[in-house]
Design a protein around this ligand. Structure first.
Ligand SMILES: Nc1ncnc2c1ncn2[C@@H]1O[C@H](COP(=O)(O)OP(=O)(O)OP(=O)(O)O)[C@@H](O)[C@H]1O
Ligand SMILES: O=P(O)(O)OC[C@H]1O[C@H](OP(=O)(O)OP(=O)(O)O)[C@H](O)[C@@H]1O
Ligand SMILES: [Mg+2]
Length: 299
């Protein structure tokens, strides 16, 4: 059952973006019970419905206004935009946030034994990819005359199977390329996950809900990167201690009941504390040095 008054969000059903997208929605206070076979999940505490689909479909669903929001990789989004531009179909959307997951790059890779000096080495060759529009744009901007062979999966086996000379596929650690005897050569597109919104005006209620959720996303993202650091420091070395703590221009300094020479220092740091820094703090006479994760942040 679909209810037009509820915010509709598209997420990848199962794949690289699914877990992080669902975890983010839960972290911003949207209660969800995901059952594997159900393609729609209704939130129990917010007027939000989740549509669980293949990632290829998410940009189009947002561009057509079938859903209000979508979590998607920029690679998939840009490919769909180019595809729609080429066929004069609507492709408008708004990017609300770049997210801290789904980081990867679309790269040209060639078999280990193939000689490759530059992208010009692909002149007249066939390159297998799931992203023909991104690849063709790359060829055009480099004045290379090569052809893209569209494959929806298992792109890495194309050269061995004799389907293509090289590939253009997503890479993160490079392990998949290595396992298939391929070497990464040129970067075509750098990508991460984004949250996008349909260009269609939404009801005030829906837009207000989105406007409330966005700062929560920022809070969760910031919190993940930040640490709460607590330590006891000799008062005499407070300035040196502050200069060692990342982002600690204004730490909270509290007196200790048991000592006049030692104070407690608390600070929210935008990054973690490395062991080397902790060792330096200890050498200055600091003790009880704690580095703690932060769950949420605001203001
Ligand atoms: N190795 C990776 N590391 C990080 N992010 C990745 C990686 N591979 C892909 N991604 C990102 O995650 C998105 C989804 O990747 P996935 O491999 O799950 O897609 P898929 O096989 O096309 O899934 P679907 O069945 O939904 O079509 C990619 O479009 C990309 O943005
Ligand atoms: O550089 P790596 O860290 O090895 O990652 C790259 C691989 O990850 C993605 O596939 P995924 O593992 O999501 O599976 P899929 O091919 O079934 O989509 C991508 O399509 C590559 O094959
Ligand atoms: Mg896909």
């Amino acid at each position: 059952m679909s209810d037009a008054s509820r915010l509709r969000i598209a997420v990848q059903k199962s794949g690289r973006l699914s877990d992080d997208s669902i975890a983010l929605l839960k972290a911003i206070g949207i209660k969800l019970q995901i059952r594997d076979r159900l393609l729609i999940a209704h939130s129990t505490n917010q007027p939000v419905d989740l549509l669980r689909v293949r990632d290829d479909d998410i940009p189009g669903l947002v561009m057509d206004g079938v859903v209000d929001l979508g979590f998607i990789g920029q690679n998939e989004l840009e490919e769909k935009m180019l595809e729609r531009q080429a066929s004069n179909r609507p492709y408008a959307f708004k990017t609300l946030r770049e997210l801290d997951y789904g980081g990867c790059r679309l790269s040209i890779a060639v078999p280990n034994e193939m000689s490759y000096d530059s992208v010009q080495s692909l002149q007249g060759k066939k390159v297998a990819t799931t992203y023909p529009y991104l690849l063709e744009r790359f060829f055009e901007s480099n004045n290379v005359n090569a052809s893209a062979v569209m494959l929806t999966g298992s792109v890495e086996v194309a050269p061995r199977a004799g389907v293509a000379d090289a590939i253009c596929d997503l890479v993160s650690t490079g392990a998949t390329l290595e396992a298939n005897g391929l070497q990464e050569k040129d970067e075509v597109f750098v990508s991460r996950a984004v949250l996008i919104q349909s260009a269609k005006p939404l009801s005030d209620e829906k837009q207000e809900l989105i406007n409330r959720l966005l700062p929560r996303i920022d809070g969760v993202t910031q919190a993940k990167e930040s640490k709460y650091i607590m330590l006891h420091a000799p008062k005499a070395y407070l300035e040196q201690v502050k200069s060692l703590l990342p982002g600690a221009e204004n730490p909270t300094v509290l007196p200790l009941a048991s000592s006049d020479d030692i104070v407690a220092v608390h600070v929210v740091s935008p990054e973690t504390l490395f062991w080397e820094t902790m060792e330096k703090l200890k050498a200055l006479g600091c003790s009880s040095i704690l580095v703690m994760p932060i769950e949420k942040m605001m203001g």
